[in-house]
Design a binder for this molecule. Structure first.
Ligand code: SF4
Length: 416
């Protein structure tokens, strides 16, 4: 798998537009001229192939350049999945365990805090905390985690709890979302991952999971997050039973929320990892994740649709692998997300890319794409621009098992 073709040289925008079909060229020229890309036109762009696809990615690259210049950002962070016990039964998830399983885990607050300190000592500015919906935890568990981390490492940014966890914690605490979130914010929560969005369409969600948070509830919780002054990311999970009209409607909905709240920091396309997923194994007609072209289209169209509203488009190395993530930097993406240190959720579904891309490797990947590596905070303040200096050469916290991941990282460094 992942027999990736070498990166082709970027096609110059004018040439690419000239070669594109007339309908595609007209849409792209209007968008480059500042018109908002409609959902209808986005669906047309999602069918782009060959010369049309080159024009689409060149246009997205141009809007990326106008919005963000040549900087490509990343954050040094650590993922801490405090429990893998969950009974929600999302069919795409291979991470959740039942309590009685031998590898079921619920980390103590002291262990979560210890991991946060270890991350800080490795240069981390953020911890990203998410977990399953463990039937035994109380609503107060979420605030206790935040307080334990802040007591141990006061300066670290806590990016934590998906809208599904917020739904669960608020329900267990018998609090309205706004009150539950305000308490977390007072305890030290800094921002919220906009995961559990999958595709914000009820028919698609019913196939992915029977009991999952509704699209309406996801939107309500995200609005509450933003209303109490907490920023969040926004995500999409694509490449399973979804179609281009779902992608366009999903990104359109994210854009309309952003117009109201201005609370999203970035948009993160997350390709479905099918290998060990029950959804792929058990449900007929589920696709084996996105194709390379679909990854290109999704990142490019997201850049065009969200122009002026969400200017950070993230390529997820965990889902894509380093080489394909690097390729996304030429079709609209300007951010590579976090170094992670411990990644378990995608790995449980069969992703092969190890648990960490170190800061030094991030810098190599970004330079390999001909761009300027820039370490950022969670909220996109610059920590350091790596023009010539390299970050410290740290071994990954968890040794890599897959030789292919290490090899691809080494090769991606040099790919131009
Ligand atoms: S995706 Fe999250 S909520 Fe769904 S089963 Fe997995 S851990 Fe539970």
């Amino acid at each position: 798998m992942n027999d990736l073709p070498a990166m082709s040289p970027p096609v110059e925008l004018e040439t690419a537009l000239r070669r594109a079909s007339r309908p595609m060229r007209e849409i792209l020229e209007r968008t480059l001229g500042g018109d908002e890309l409609s959902e209808h036109d986005a669906i047309t762009l999602f069918s782009a192939a060959d010369d049309d696809l080159s024009a689409l990615t060149a246009a997205a690259d141009e809007l990326r350049r106008r919005a963000k210049g040549d900087a490509v950002t990343f954050v040094v962070n650590r993922n801490i999945n405090f429990t893998n016990v969950c009974y929600m039964g999302c069919r795409f998830c291979n991470f959740a365990k039942r309590q009685e399983e031998s590898d079921a885990e619920l980390l103590s607050h002291a262990e979560v805090a210890r991991r946060a300190r270890e991350a800080f000592e490795r240069g981390g500015t953020e911890v990203c905390i998410q977990g399953g919906l463990h039937p035994k935890i109380a609503g107060s568990h979420y605030g206790e985690i935040v307080r334990a981390i802040k007591a141990e490492v006061p300066s670290i940014h806590i990016h934590a709890f998906s809208p599904f966890e917020i739904w669960y914690g608020a329900r267990k605490s018998r609090q309205p979302y706004a009150e539950f979130l305000s308490d977390l914010k007072s305890a030290g929560l800094g921002s919220v991952p906009g995961t559990a969005a999958e595709i914000l369409d009820e028919r698609v969600r019913k196939i992915l999971t029977q009991d999952k948070l509704s699209a309406e509830a996801w939107v309500e919780i995200i609005r509450s997050v933003h209303a109490v002054g907490l920023p969040s990311t926004a995500t999409i999970m694509y490449g399973h039973v979804d179609e281009p009209e779902h992608w366009a409607a999903h990104i359109g909905l994210i854009r309309s929320i952003q117009k109201e709240t201005r609370g999203f920091t970035e948009f993160v396309p997350l390709g479905f990892i099918h290998y060990d997923s029950p959804l792929y194994r058990d449900v007929p007609g589920v696709r084996p994740g996105p194709t390379r072209e679909e990854h290109l289209r999704l990142h490019a169209v997201a850049r065009l649709m969200l122009a002026g509203w969400i200017d950070n488009i993230q390529a997820s190395w965990v889902k894509l692998g380093p080489a394909l993530a690097q390729e996304m930097l030429r079709c609209g993406a300007n951010d590579l997300g976090g170094t992670l240190m411990n990644e378990s959720i995608s790995r449980a579904a069969g992703a092969l890319w190890g648990q960490e891309v170190t800061a030094r490797e991030m810098v190599g990947l970004i330079r390999g794409a001909g761009r300027v590596p820039t370490q950022r905070t969670t909220l996109y303040q610059t920590v350091e621009v790596y023009e010539t200096r390299d970050p410290d050469d740290l071994a990954p916290l968890v040794p890599r098992k897959a030789a292919s991941a290490a090899r691809e990282l080494a090769e991606a460094h040099w790919r131009r």
